[in-house]
Design a protein. Structure first.
Ligand code: PLP
Length: 459
């Protein structure tokens, strides 16, 4: 693994694979072997067949989507977790797995400056590690429905009565969660002109009119760091409105939330004390391998009342005592691995200070790229937020042309975006191996693709 990471760091391998659809499927046998094979053969085949067909998300020139970064401590923890192989669905099935999760989610809540009520130590709320921000919003939706219906939803279903609110900039997982929860499509709230941020007055007006029409407003999802442009909804205003209306507020800070580890970005959490639940993906920007989303709530009773089901085969004295947390009631699946070891190792191996430095480093790289773009005639910087930079060329045609050229270049990965209705190129930093030289390299490639593409086709 270390040799692989070194090869990535040195950019000796491309970011994206150059393989046709079906190439791995045709290279491998169509049935499993009858006789056992050696682990050595499997490892060799992994590098021979599988690795060349991968997009390397840890590669320094991987600038697509949002990052999914990692670290040796996280990898070691995954190895140990797999080796121990425990199932932590309830306190009684592995007490230390549950309590470690309570400890590390409290640690992280503290490091992120989340309110006291989000910690297990408060006795009211607490954190739970989910596989994804998608699961987090679905679980928050169940809790919100439970509260809005005073428990009636469990038996009666949604009856077409309950409503969820977000902007069109919310992540697709919010729309999916809404649908899966039986609410259909969310109610889309207008954004403040030119900002991509939810208009709290429009939210208030919509809630009022929905109530008049007989609907029950159940949940607002605000985003801190939208996937398209890293826009931040005005959580304090939204939160106040939600409190007045007794509507659950879930804050999706999947990407940007990690930046709040740094005091200079802590303002991203303004108003979080008014939220009922909050989620950040440690697997995006906290050097913790995927999956590792952390969901906190200040009202864990709403969550567990919504989710718990207690058949005889799950009954046990610890649960009956009411003195333990059973994380099976905080998530959709029943079973769960020991999820906390990874975060525990990462937080200890880096220290909170180390995680802050990593965030600042990545933001510093984005700053460098933004400066280069700004200084270059024919390029326009559209967005520069945290580790995200979005830019375009003078004309949409030139931008589209650049996008398609970049898509054929396996040595770096940027993803397309639309800003203000115009096509743009999106670059998000977060690889643990990216440095100033990466920025120089990436920028030279982008500039050459835009201005002198023949030079690259000749290589
Ligand atoms: N929310 C935001 C703002 C995101 O950017 C993303 C993914 O990029 C998600 C939610 C979904 O995350 P997950 O893949 O963990 O479900």
């Amino acid at each position: 693994m270390i040799a692989h990471w070194q090869a990535l760091a040195a950019r000796e391998v491309p970011v994206t694979p150059q393989c046709a659809p079906g190439s791995l499927r045709t290279a491998l046998p169509s049935a499993a072997p009858e006789q056992p094979e050696s682990l050595g053969e499997m490892l060799a085949d992994t590098w021979k067949f599988v690795v060349p067909g991968l997009t390397h998300w840890q590669h320094p020139a991987f600038l697509g989507y949002f990052p999914t970064n990692n670290s040796p401590a996280s990898v070691l923890a995954e190895f140990v977790t797999a080796g121990l192989g425990v199932q932590g669905m309830m306190w009684s099935t592995s007490p230390a797995a549950t309590e470690l999760e309570q400890v590390v989610t409290d640690w992280l809540a503290q490091a992120l400056g989340l309110p006291e009520a989000f910690r297990h130590s408060s006795g009211r709320g607490g954190g739970v590690i989910q596989d994804s921000a998608s699961s987090a919003v679905l679980v928050a939706t169940a809790a919100a429905l439970h509260r809005a219906s005073q428990g009636r939803w469990r038996a009666a279903g949604t009856e077409g009565r309950y409503r969820m609110y977000c902007t069109e900039r919310a992540h697709s997982s919010v729309f999916k969660g809404c649908r899966i929860a039986g609410l259909g499509e969310p109610q889309l709230i207008a954004t403040l002109p030119g900002t991509g941020r939810m208009d709290p007055d429009a939210l208030g007006a919509r809630i009022d009119s929905d109530r008049k029409d007989g609907f029950v407003p159940a949940l607002v999802v605000a985003t801190v760091g939208t996937t398209d442009t890293c826009a931040v909804d005005p959580v304090p205003d939204i939160g106040r409105r939600c409190r007045q209306e007794d509507v659950w507020l879930h804050v999706d800070a999947a990407y940007a939330g990690s930046a709040a580890l740094c005091p200079e970005y802590r303002h991203l959490h303004d108003g979080i004390d008014l939220a009922d639940s909050y989620a950040v993906n440690a697997h995006k920007w906290m050097r913790t391998g995927t999956p590792c989303d952390v969901l906190w709530t200040s009202d864990s009773a709403a969550l567990t009342d919504a989710m718990s089901i207690a058949p005889a085969y799950l009954r046990n004295a610890a649960t009956d005592s009411g003195r333990v947390v059973d994380f099976r009631d905080w998530q959709v699946p029943l079973g769960r691995p020991m999820r906390a070891l990874k975060l525990w190792y990462v937080m200890r191996a880096h220290g909170v200070q180390g995680l802050r430095e990593a965030i600042r480093h990545d933001i510093g790289l984005a700053d460098r790229l933004a400066r280069l773009i700004t200084a270059e005639p024919g390029f326009h910087l559209e967005v520069h937020e945290l580790g995200l930079v979005i830019f375009r060329r003078d004309t949409d045609e030139d931008t589209r042309d650049l996008i398609s050229r970049l898509q054929t270049d396996p040595t770096l990965l940027c993803t397309p975006a639309t800003v203000g209705g115009r096509p743009a190129v999106r670059a998000a930093f977060g690889s643990p191996y990216a440095d100033a030289d990466t920025v120089r390299y990436v920028w030279e490639r982008i500039r050459t693709h835009a201005q002198d593409p023949e030079q690259l086709s000749a290589c």
